[in-house]
Ligand binder design. Structure first.
Ligand SMILES: *[C@@H]1O[C@H](CO)[C@@H](O)[C@H](O)[C@H]1NC(C)=O
Length: 221
């Protein structure tokens, strides 16, 4: 089953109306980069970072599908590499998996994880067993990002470094023509799975952050 959305423009930004010229942190092309890029996270807005064109976006996974098996890695508190699998995360469980185009990427991703951390108690109260963030980054970067965001165990930060899971669900995002060095990453999404079967799939346009937040999941629980 394929879900497909055709877009004239694929943007990293949110549709939030507060997107204004005051945006500082961005993935803009070099010529428009301010001399000092601020990574500060504005309280309630997600500045428009990167614009690029694409004729269509699509995913191969859809509501009703079983998630493909895949292995993720992470570093434990001792700094040892550990792995976990889609089935470990989802079998017999209610699981929320969400993805970002990259650890440390400005504003939107820097807000996505904290939103789930903040709502993790509410999600668990609604029966969610697993809350995990997936990114096409290596486990060392994910660990550093976890530390930077001061995340404990509210949300698992998992590495899909080779993009195997991301590709298996058709969510790869090719940013290889952008000068920031991201290469092929994951589109932003949030999904809810019950015993490994997708119940809700909020797939964003590129890295946009409009309806893949924790509250959007809470709203359907
Ligand atoms: C890594 O990705 C490549 C290309 O998508 C794939 O052929 C390969 O099987 C993957 N390796 C692992 C260990 O998943």
């Amino acid at each position: 089953m394929a879900a497909s959305v055709t877009l004239s423009r694929l943007v990293f930004s949110t549709a939030t109306a507060t997107t204004t010229a005051t945006a500082t942190a961005s993935l803009l092309p070099p010529k428009t980069l301010p001399s000092k890029v601020s990574l500060r996270i504005p309280a309630r807005r997600c500045p428009k970072p990167l614009r690029f064109s694409s004729s269509s976006i699509s995913a191969t996974i859809a509501v009703g599908d079983k998630l493909p098996e895949a292995t993720f890695s992470y570093l434990d508190s001792e700094g040892e590499v550990q792995t976990t699998t889609v089935s470990e995360l989802t079998k017999g469980k209610k699981a929320v998996l969400f993805a970002v185009p990259g650890a440390f990427t400005p504003t939107c991703s820097q807000k996505h994880v904290p939103g789930f951390v903040e709502k993790s108690g509410e999600l668990r109260a609604k029966g969610v067993d697993t809350i995990a963030c997936i990114s096409v980054n290596d486990a060392f970067v994910m660990k550093a990002w976890k530390k930077d965001l001061k995340v404990n165990d509210e949300v698992l930060l998992l590495s899909d470094g080779n993009g195997t899971f991301t590709k298996a669900i058709g969510c790869e995002l090719d940013l290889s023509d952008k000068p920031v060095g991201l290469g092929v990453r994951s589109r932003r999404y949030a999904l809810l799975a019950q015993d490994g079967v997708v119940k809700l799939f909020n797939l964003e346009e590129g890295g946009a952050f409009t309806f893949s937040g924790a509250q959007d999941i809470l709203d359907v629980l």
